[in-house]
Structure formats: C-alpha cells, structure tokens
Design a binder for this molecule. Sequence first.
Ligand code: ADP
Ligand code: MG
Length: 242
Amino acid sequence: MEPIIHIENVHKWFGSVHALQGINLDILKGQVVVVIGPSGSGKSTLLRCINRLEEFDEGKIVVDGIPLDTAQNINAVRTEVGMVFQSFNLFPHLKVLDNVLLAQRVVRKRDKVESENKARMLLQKVGIPDKADYYPLQLSGGQQQRVAIARALAMDPKIMLFDEPTSALDPEMIQEVLDVMTDLAREGMTMVVVSHEMGFARAAADRAILMDSGQIIEEAPPDILFTHPTQERTKAFLSKIL
Ligand code: ADP
Ligand code: MG
C-alpha cells in the first residue's frame, strides 16, 4: 500500500540549529502515530513540515501522492491536512459557529446553508452543540480546543496533525479532548499526534515514535515503546515523564 505520508531524508536548519536530521517516516492511511520526545527535539518542526507551515532544506515529503514542491502542490496539500495547536488559535471576535464556518466558505466555497449544517453537525460531534453562539473566550479551554478540532474537521481533511493539543489545558479538561481524538482515530482518520498522554497513545495509536535531537531514535507500538524501550535515550526520556 502507498503511504499517505511519505517523508524521506528530511533536513531542516534554523540558522546553525539542525532541527531535523534526516527524518524518514512512512505513514499509511488510517494509522495513528504518536510522537514523543524532549522539548526542542524537533517534534513541532516535523509536524509543521508535513503541511509546509515550515519549509525544509533537504529531502522529500509526499502527502497523498502530492509532492510538497510547487506552490500549487503546497496549497493542495494544505487543504487536505488539518492541524490543531496547543494554543487553540480561534478567532476571538467570531462566534464559535463562525469559527467553524469561515474556512468552509472561503476555501471550500460552500454556501451558507451547507457550511452551517456542517458546522452544527461537527459541534455536535465534539460534544458542544449548545455553544454555537458563544464567543471562544466564554468557553473553557477544553471546549475551545474541541471547537478547534471541529474547525479543522470542517475542511474534510484526510490527515489531522495535533501538536500537544492538551498541554495548555487544566487537568480536568484533558480527557474530554482526548476522547474526541480517540473517536476520530476509531473512525479511521490518519493522525500524527505530538503528545505525552500515554493513556491516549495506548488506546488510540498504532505506532509511537521517540524523537531526540532532530532524529527518530526508536519506534514501536505504544505499549512496547513505553514498557520495553530498547534505546538508552528512550529509557532516559520515559524515566522523566512516567
Ligand atoms: P519540539 O516541538 O520537539 O519542542 P521544535 O521542533 O519546536 O521542538 O524545535 C526544534 C529545534 O528547532 C529547537 O532547537 C528549536 O529551538 C529550534 N526552532 C524551532 N523553531 C524555530 C524557529 N522558528 N526559529 C529558530 N529556531 C527554531
Ligand atoms: Mg513542540
């Protein structure tokens, strides 16, 4: 089977910082991959290269058969890849419903009725159908993050990227966001998730990857990576977070 994400020998420098040092990774359609690793190891940079929020300096990335090279291809890939950030990045001056509507109208050119129906369906899906007319700052962090997920899903992405989606949340709100992500994983969404939530990884992920110093150090199914890591750097990292 052709991978839906193909990453081949990707290098990225920020000035003299070699943030990605030859990353190779193939992800199949429907796979859920959790990426863990110390701060500064290149996790966010890797995610951002997949939808070309960040340019890479060497190597090749192909998403759903489209190489990230020309401007046209980059735009095509961006519309297929949804991203959810640690800081929810909602538009504070727009109501929840309009946050979920906007890109559908502008990018997908859907009419008002169709985009509103879709937005309401997605707010239902993430468990906050009653919050459509609220402004983001009237919601809890967990609710805002669920709006951000609904907004990304409104574009009908083939791939969802999550960069520490629960790191900014109070502990009691983490699970409601992880539950939405777990449902999405079970429905067959291809997902790459930077998160140290072991419970989520065990429940929802097919693969877990440990990154350090811009490299993939080790990969295994989550249960195995967490309980029987083979690399010293994985053991050292896990001993700090478990
Ligand atoms: P992680 O998400 O694992 O914490 P990042 O991908 O954010 O790591 O960062 C990897 C490395 O690249 C770090 O050394 C970081 O300081 C550096 N870096 C990331 N983004 C930038 C940037 N925009 N400018 C300069 N250096 C950056
Ligand atoms: Mg990061």
